[in-house]
Design a protein around this ligand. Structure first.
Ligand code: NAI
Ligand code: DG6
Length: 505
């Protein structure tokens, strides 16, 4: 996508192959003393941020391509590529990417002569991959073609499905790595497209698939995104998956506790492809983390943050930030898609419960005045319930009650009903993850000539329920992280929102 935003500064140079920025990183460290005093130590670092300006030919491979998220994502990209329009009972619709920060978001970039804020489209700030030019492929345990998968998902309006059919019916998922024990027994009736052989041999086949896709579509880069069923957690044990050496041996021995998602992650990393875990399970076991570190491959996890949890990360920020004390959070969901069906088993529900609950922990920990010193609970009672109700299909209903202690013995209760339309919330998020990951892969940050390794799981935490290497779950702080990294690549200071002056004095 063309860049329409130019920074007028001697600290930024736009070359044909690179955008080079001199960036002054200002931050502080803090020392907490045993007597409660805190000393703050400001520091600055001069950084060189270089972003490759040429966008590589990029492909995305989804695990679980034939499911609701996989087919909705593919249909959304194709509908935009072919400028499709369709009618629902309320009128005509045009393909769009609503819900995507990269495609529809804006960042504030300064005040104009009238003192008003100017907002630039995010996609015009740095060269970003055009989603309509991205090649898509993937795997599924069901061999159903993508057009039939889209029909089974029942997410898009019927006229749109009809218009997409010819673009999707030739798309067929590759054979999958699948071990039944990791998902609910009720998924067995989908299985007709799976690999055989040892777990290691299956991993080798996934690697071959990646190479095949790359060659067939003449790609420079492939990103792998897990949107397969939620798996149960796998056991982490020494000698099993605690190091890459042990994990490799365990795959050769087809050890029971090695999950399908871990096999895909290993294959991705060995092929130098970034891997995003869009589901809650602990795919990224220590052996995988070690392998990714060794090969300098970016990995992102866990679990897409779409509706209920996204709002939770906003409300907790608001409540705790305002000095109110959330004492009870009760989150019900019911949904009727295949994800809901799979989550009706206790072991897969447990994985989802963990990521859905964990999102409040850092905000509770951020205010010891509220939670440690006050009266009442030291952390909120927090319940998550998920029920499978086929009738509602993909239109998940999320109902939440937040009860907070307020001044002088008062109580504040918020009750929220959210009709999520799950896959239509998830698809733009999947797109953002891929587009920003691809951009940040092209970004190189150095201090005194030494490369800084930034944790992609943390940087892309805005879209994940349980970001790998979590620093914060606060949605707006997470969004600031993305915004300020883009600004750093253009030598712009982190946005301070102070408005102390209307321009240079
Ligand atoms: P889905 O059940 O419609 O799709 C999952 C697909 O994965 C199915 O087509 C299934 O056949 C396939 N599959 C299962 N195991 C596989 C394996 N080992 N290899 C290849 N394919 C495999 O579910 P949906 O709604 O698309 O969600 C996908 C995942 O994303 C779920 O884990 C869900 O919890 C997670 N998620 C979904 C969100 C949403 O809002 N839709 C948000 C956050 C996470
Ligand atoms: C039950 O909530 C089903 C889940 O797969 C969710 O739909 C998905 O994880 C999205 O969750 P949330 O909390 O971000 O809306």
């Amino acid at each position: 996508m063309p860049v329409h935003v130019k920074v007028n500064s001697p600290k930024v140079t736009y070359e044909s192959d690179f955008i080079k920025a001199k960036y002054c990183y200002e931050s502080s460290s803090a020392t907490q003393h045993p007597d409660g005093r805190i000393t703050i130590n400001p520091y600055t670092l001069d950084m060189d941020v270089t972003t490759a300006a040429k966008i590589p030919r990029t492909g995305l491979m989804m695990v679980g391509w034939g499911g609701n998220n996989g087919t909705t994502f593919t249909g959304m990209c194709l509908a935009n590529k072919h400028n499709l329009t369709w009618h629902s009972k309320v009128g005509e619709h045009k393909a769009d990417f609503l819900g995507s920060v990269s495609m529809i978001g804006t960042f504030p970039v300064g005040l104009n002569e009238a003192g008003e804020e100017v907002f630039a489209p995010v996609r015009h700030m740095l060269p970003m991959l055009n989603p309509t030019e991205m090649e898509i492929d993937g795997w599924d345990i069901s061999n159903m073609n993508l057009a039939d998968g889209m029909k089974r998902a029942a997410v898009f309006d019927w006229e749109l499905q009809e218009k997409l059919r010819s673009h999707m019916e030739h798309l067929k998922p590759r054979k999958a790595v699948f071990f039944q024990d990791f998902v609910a027994a009720n998924q067995a009736d989908r299985v007709n497209n799976v690999l055989t052989g040892s777990k290691f041999e299956q991993m080798e086949q996934i690697r071959a698939d990646i190479c095949d896709f790359k060659k067939e579509k003449n790609l420079d880069k492939v990103i792998i995104l897990w949107v397969g069923n939620t798996e149960r957690f796998s056991e982490i044990a020494s000698g099993l998956n605690d190091t890459w050496e042990n994990l490799e041996k365990a795959m050769k021995a087809s050890a029971h506790e090695i999950s399908p998602s871990t096999v895909y992650a290993a294959a991705a990393i060995l092929e130098g492809c970034a891997f995003i875990n869009g589901s809650p399970q602990n795919t990224l076991v220590p052996g995988i983390l070690e392998l990714a570190e060794k090969h300098k491959v970016m990995i992102v996890g866990d679990d897409l943050k779409t509706g209920q949890t996204k709002l939770k990360s906003v409300l907790m920020d608001y409540l705790v930030g305002a000095g109110l004390k959330p004492e009870s959070i009760v989150s019900y969901n019911h949904l009727g898609n295949n994800d809901g069906k799979n989550l009706s088993a206790p072991q897969t529900f447990r994985s989802k419960e963990i990521t859905k609950r964990g999102v409040v922990d850092d905000m509770v920990a951020s205010n010891k005045e509220l939670f440690a010193a006050g009266t009442g609970p030291q952390k909120p009672d927090h319940l998550v319930v998920i029920k499978y109700v086929p009738y509602v299909g993909d239109s998940k209903r999320a109902m939440d009650e937040y009860t907070s202690a307020i001044a002088m013995g008062g109580l504040n209760t918020l009750v929220i009903h959210n009709t999520c339309e799950d896959s239509l919330l998830a698809a733009p998020i999947m797109l953002d993850l891929v587009l920003f990951l691809e951009l940040f892969q092209r970004m190189d940050v150095k201090v005194n000539g030494k490369k800084i390794h930034f944790e992609m799981g943390q940087v892309l935490g805005y879209w994940m329920k349980a970001p790998l290497h979590t620093m914060t779950n606060s949605l707006f702080r997470q969004r600031s992280c993305i915004e300020n990294l883009v600004r750093a690549a253009l030598s712009l200071p982190a946005n301070n929102h102070l408005f102390l002056t209307k321009g240079p004095i």
